[in-house]
Design a protein around this ligand. Structure first.
Ligand code: NDP
Length: 291
């Protein structure tokens, strides 16, 4: 049988970070200050700690300023909102990222609404979501943007292709569907109530899985020659002799790679692209603010 090209998100992300670093140096020279990203972490969720750690490190590596705000899990919503307002008003801060999920006593919708849309580098503010939907310039969510970049690099023009997005979250599924639509793909968005998901997926030239269910998409759900973008990050239960379980995506990779023409691995596919796009969004926000 055939074997798919493995889309090297790690290498593509590193190349994008290199480009961002060059542009960030230019920005600093023109603006007389470095572009700045504020990252807010509430509590100590281990996965969030890892993400925030990488974001801070890679922001600095790209020649941008990183402002870290680590707050206790019991921080009140009012205190978090007050911090967001201070960051909105701080001219050294171009981008604000509040790491999700937030502790349950905090309404994340209210926190996202409080972020200045011009600094909303996660692209989650309804104003930015509306801009994406209306084809207006704005800040777009990093994971969908990273997924789209991989699709463009792999497929080229998606105009007229059938794209199926499995998952309709505000964070991933909906925005990636909007981006594919804007690029003239024929887009179907599937979710937990979709009937005969396997048959639907089999029609996809471009299949994006953003479900959060380990290896749900099987090899025989994939159209021969399709491009498969696996957004899922799922940790399996550890083997008896191991401390940590294996990371897998939402696609059964070993099966899928015998059918698809190109596929992202997990880890090393969409994951690294998310941070690269965050840095790109931060620089874009900085450039727009300086004018
Ligand atoms: P959500 O849980 O918010 O959304 C999951 C979506 O999948 C929902 O729309 C849900 O449908 C749908 N779904 C659930 N079960 C099924 C099913 N059996 N059949 C069809 N659809 C189903 O997840 P996210 O969108 O936030 O994340 C998706 C995955 O991507 C997760 O594994 C997450 O860890 C990963 N992720 C990776 C990132 C990265 O940097 N690479 C960043 C963000 C997320 P319904 O709406 O009907 O409930």
């Amino acid at each position: 049988g055939t074997t798919a090209r493995i889309i090297d998100g790690k290498a593509i992300a590193a190349a994008i970070r290199g480009e961002v670093a060059d542009e960030a140096a230019g920005f600093a020279a023109r603006a007389g200050r470095r572009a700045g990203l504020a990252v807010v972490l509430v509590g100590n969720d281990p996965a969030s700690e890892v993400y925030v750690g990488s974001k801070v490190r890679l922001t600095r590596e790209a020649g941008m300023e990183s402002f870290e705000h680590r707050l206790a899990a019991e921080t009140s919503e009012a205190d978090l909102l007050a911090l967001v307002h201070r960051l909105n008003d701080n001219p050294a801060v171009d981008g604000i990222l509040v790491q999700l999920p937030l502790p349950r006593h905090i309404d994340s919708g209210r926190v996202i609404l409080a972020i200045d849309p011009a600094k909303d580098v996660d692209g989650l503010h309804p104003e930015n979501a509306g801009r994406l939907m209306n084809g207006l310039p704005g800040l777009v969510p990093c994971t969908p943007l990273g997924s789209m970049r991989l699709i463009e690099r792999t497929v080229g023009d998606v105009a007229g292709l059938d794209a199926v997005v499995v998952g309709r979250s505000v964070l991933v599924g909906k925005p990636v569907a909007q981006m594919l639509l804007a690029a003239n793909a024929t887009v179907t968005v599937a979710h937990s109530r979709t009937r005969d998901l396997a048959a639907l997926c089999r029609r996809a030239d471009v299949l994006v899985a953003a479900v959060g269910r380990p290896e749900m998409v099987r090899g025989d759900w994939i159209k021969p020659g399709a491009t498969v973008i696996d957004v899922g990050i799922n940790r399996l239960a550890p083997a008896p002799d191991a401390a940590k379980g294996r990371l897998v995506g939402d696609v059964a990779f070993a099966e899928a790679k015998t059918v698809a023409s190109a596929i992202t691995p997990v880890p090393g596919g969409v994951g690294p692209m998310t941070i690269a796009c965050l840095l790109q969004n931060t620089l874009q926000a900085a450039q727009r603010r300086v004018g």
